[in-house]
Design a protein around this ligand. Structure first.
Ligand SMILES: *[C@@H]1O[C@H](CO)[C@@H](O)[C@H](O)[C@H]1NC(C)=O
Ligand SMILES: *[C@@H]1O[C@H](CO)[C@@H](O)[C@H](O)[C@H]1NC(C)=O
Ligand SMILES: *[C@@H]1O[C@H](CO)[C@@H](O)[C@H](O)[C@H]1NC(C)=O
Ligand SMILES: *[C@@H]1O[C@H](CO)[C@@H](O)[C@H](O)[C@H]1NC(C)=O
Ligand SMILES: *[C@@H]1O[C@H](CO)[C@@H](O)[C@H](O)[C@H]1NC(C)=O
Ligand SMILES: *[C@@H]1O[C@H](CO)[C@@H](O)[C@H](O)[C@H]1NC(C)=O
Ligand SMILES: *[C@@H]1O[C@H](CO)[C@@H](O)[C@H](O)[C@H]1NC(C)=O
Ligand SMILES: *[C@@H]1O[C@H](CO)[C@@H](O)[C@H](O)[C@H]1NC(C)=O
Ligand SMILES: *[C@@H]1O[C@H](CO)[C@@H](O)[C@H](O)[C@H]1NC(C)=O
Length: 504
């Protein structure tokens, strides 16, 4: 009797001990993850996060591209099995924070995405983008010739066309993935639409240009997931401007493909670097071009912001770009002339000259962080990647066309435009009515400082964090885009449930 009750008691206290130990271990994990800081931390947050994912969804790795990533998840999965029941409270908590935010990722045939990358040398007619595919689409690490970055681990030579790859990789590390589509609020279709059409824009007939979009539309609309909302909970991401996808006729001499006019695309939400027009009523929504900075922690962002606040800016304004001699509507030549005529007040980085420094993060960011204002005139189309490079460098953008930003990035840029940017109507430049240097000099030092502070505060919203890790509290361009799609689909869902039809 005695023995047996002793044993019983021992068993109980042993169990209690194990229970406490496990609880302590879990707590430690969370405390550790919260208190870690500094560099060298690519893996730390993903541990906790993937750890949570792996026991809620068991298999969140199916979309994973990196082998390391998969191994890490697999490892933590083993660890989780033993503590599953003691952590149910914790898991409930994590589960709740995802409620209403689950995303299901379609497992597309690789010909719609990763296979396209295999032939990377022929994706863009004018240059080879192969080297930019590295580091999950962020590109090679940027060399810091002049010591202008705070660290050399989070700056990359990122190419604007790789947004589709960056976004896909960010999604693979999204904390609320589900493999059960009936739990998902929205459905991501990882089609590399821009890289696909990039191959065929020059010298291919319309049937070749349209073939992948048509195949994709067929594939996705035949899936069971399509049925519940006719695809209106689906979305995809495009790293080229909308004009490449809006061909009106089947005449081979017309530009682009007809992705945007397929009935299936009309039901999906499209996130794109330049959209058709002011977006609320549209299906394509502009999201920021990728820049060079892809931080792995909040601290890196804070440090960069603090650095920018303290910088001395020697140039009143600057312009990085090339003239558009063949476009009679372009104001670029006037802008360049005004810059050159302004002497030391303006810095011109000529992107048309032989030694092109415009794709080099060091030169671009260095000039922008030495300038108070950065001119952002339209180029081949209304928007520019340079707008986001200038925000990243704390340089106040000067726009000449409302389609360059105000009508585009409605989720990412606040509506009080005049608090963080300057607007000079294009016509006034064309007519020679406005001297840019004089206009900008009239803005007081205090106003400039206030605008710069607004710009610096915008930085987290316009950068894409490193897909290999997660920011702790900050929301980046990816998070804000997802928020936007979730809200939009929720609205459509309510309307559909209420029997109202939505105008498209
Ligand atoms: C965990 O708890 C569930 C019920 O909540 C139970 O069915 C399951 O057997 C438990 N698993 C282990 C490993 O004890
Ligand atoms: C890769 O690109 C080359 C050159 O454009 C082309 O000839 C070849 O067919 C492409 N290969 C694939 C698999 O698409
Ligand atoms: C980054 O900096 C470290 C230490 O300063 C150096 O060892 C490393 O080579 C640098 N990496 C790159 C890509 O510049
Ligand atoms: C998916 O979720 C739905 C709704 O919760 C559930 O009824 C269904 O059983 C789940 N399917 C699988 C395979 O787990
Ligand atoms: C999700 O993954 C788990 C584990 O791999 C599996 O048991 C479950 O059936 C999957 N659900 C769906 C809907 O495929
Ligand atoms: C388009 O081009 C492909 C290959 O260049 C050719 O096989 C096809 O017949 C062409 N289609 C039309 C409609 O001209
Ligand atoms: C688009 O969605 C509507 C419902 O809103 C549906 O009736 C229509 O069939 C869908 N279109 C396609 C091509 O699935
Ligand atoms: C296609 O466009 C070209 C150039 O605009 C024009 O000359 C030609 O007649 C058009 N062909 C057809 C079939 O419309
Ligand atoms: C501009 O709007 C943003 C977002 O609505 C807000 O956070 C910010 O404080 C506003 N700035 C000023 C100077 O009013």
């Amino acid at each position: 009797m005695k023995n047996s009750s002793n044993l019983n008691c021992n068993k109980k206290s042993w169990f209690g001990f194990v229970f406490c130990f496990i609880l302590w271990f879990l707590l430690l994990c969370f405390v550790c993850s919260a208190s870690f800081s500094g560099n060298n931390n690519n893996n730390r947050l993903t541990f906790i996060a993937n750890y949570a994912n792996s026991f809620i969804f068991q298999d969140s790795t199916s979309h994973s591209i990196s082998e390391n990533e998969e191994n890490r998840v697999a490892d933590s999965k083993d660890g989780v099995k033993q503590v599953e029941n003691t952590t149910q409270l914790v898991s409930k908590h994590v589960l709740d924070s995802c409620s209403g935010r689950y995303i299901y990722v379609h497992d597309l045939p690789s010909r719609f995405n990763t296979d396209i990358l295999k032939n990377c040398s022929s994706l863009i007619k004018w240059f080879d983008i192969c080297k930019y595919i590295s580091n999950m689409g962020l590109g090679p690490r940027a060399a810091d010739f002049h010591g202008i970055f705070q660290n050399n681990i989070s700056w990359f030579e990122t190419n604007q066309f790789l947004l589709e790859v960056i976004f896909h990789n960010r999604m693979n590390n999204y904390k609320c993935l589900t493999n059960n589509s009936s739990l998902a609020s929205i459905i991501y279709v990882p089609f590399y639409a821009g890289l696909d059409i990039g191959r065929y824009l020059w010298g291919f007939n319309t049937s070749i240009r349209d073939s992948a979009p048509i195949e994709l539309a067929k594939w996705v609309s035949e899936k069971p997931e399509w049925k519940s909302m006719g695809g209106r909970d689906h979305f995809f991401v495009v790293g080229r401007v909308t004009w490449d996808f809006r061909r009106q006729t089947d005449n081979d001499s017309d530009w682009g493909n007809k992705l945007m006019s397929l009935p299936e695309s009309k039901n999906m939400t499209i996130l794109i670097i330049e959209s058709f027009s002011q977006a609320e009523t549209n299906r394509d929504f502009a999201i920021p071009y990728p820049t060079y900075f892809h931080p792995s922690s909040d601290d890196e962002v804070f440090q960069w912001q603090n650095k920018l606040r303290k910088l001395k800016r020697q140039y009143l304004f600057s312009f990085a770009g090339a003239p558009r001699p063949n476009n009679e509507h372009s104001i670029r030549s006037q802008i360049i002339k005004q810059c050159l005529d302004s002497g030391k007040k303006c810095k011109f980085l000529n992107c048309a000259s032989g030694e092109n420094k415009c794709d080099n993060p060091t030169y671009v960011i260095e000039i922008f962080q030495r300038s108070k204002f950065c001119l952002q005139p339209s180029g081949d189309s209304s928007t520019r990647r340079s707008t986001f490079d200038s925000i990243l460098a704390g340089c106040i953008p000067v726009f000449f066309d409302s389609r360059s930003a105000y009508q585009q990035y409605i989720w990412h840029l606040p509506k009080n435009y005049s608090k963080y940017s300057v607007f000079i109507p294009e016509d006034e430049i064309k007519d020679g009515k406005v001297n840019i240097g004089e206009t900008l000099s009239r803005i007081s030092e205090e106003e400039v400082a206030e605008m710069r502070e607004e710009i610096v505060k915008l930085i987290p919203r316009i950068i894409y964090a490193n897909p290999m890790s997660r920011l702790e509290t900050l929301e980046d361009a990816f998070d804000i885009a997802i928020e936007g799609v979730l809200e939009r689909v929720e609205k459509i869902r309510k309307e559909m449930e209420g029997g109202k039809s939505t105008e498209f």
